[in-house]
Design a protein around this ligand. Structure first.
Ligand code: ZN
Ligand code: ZN
Length: 103
């Protein structure tokens, strides 16, 4: 199954189209923008506590059979954080100083 290219930042709701270089994901595909990851979340996913990596850009072209954006289009269901600002801040405070490899 292909990575779900979610359409927005869960924190600030900014659009993150498939070609965006600002999308960041955790291992569960929780998706945020680079600004929020850097300034609000400090590399702590508020849903799972993991770190983030830049989301790779899926090619527009079908360079191999069954690949590309036309074959596996970006997701359309917008996500919104299920935790309050206080809950997010508490987890960030707990984990921001811990390297993701040690969480
Ligand atoms: Zn954001
Ligand atoms: Zn996560």
């Amino acid at each position: 199954m292909a990575l779900e290219l979610r359409p927005n930042c869960e924190f600030c709701d900014k659009d993150l189209p498939p070609a965006s270089t600002q999308a960041r994901i955790c291992t569960f595909e929780c998706t945020f923008c680079a600004d929020c990851v850097e300034h609000e979340l400090h590399d702590v996913c508020p849903n799972c506590g993991g770190g983030f990596a830049p989301r790779p850009i899926r090619p527009r072209g079908e360079w191999r059979d069954g690949t590309g954006l036309a074959h596996d289009p970006a997701g359309t269901r917008r996500r919104q954080l299920r935790y309050s600002e206080a809950e997010v801040a508490a987890l960030v405070e707990q984990l921001a100083g811990v390297d993701p490899r040690e969480r």
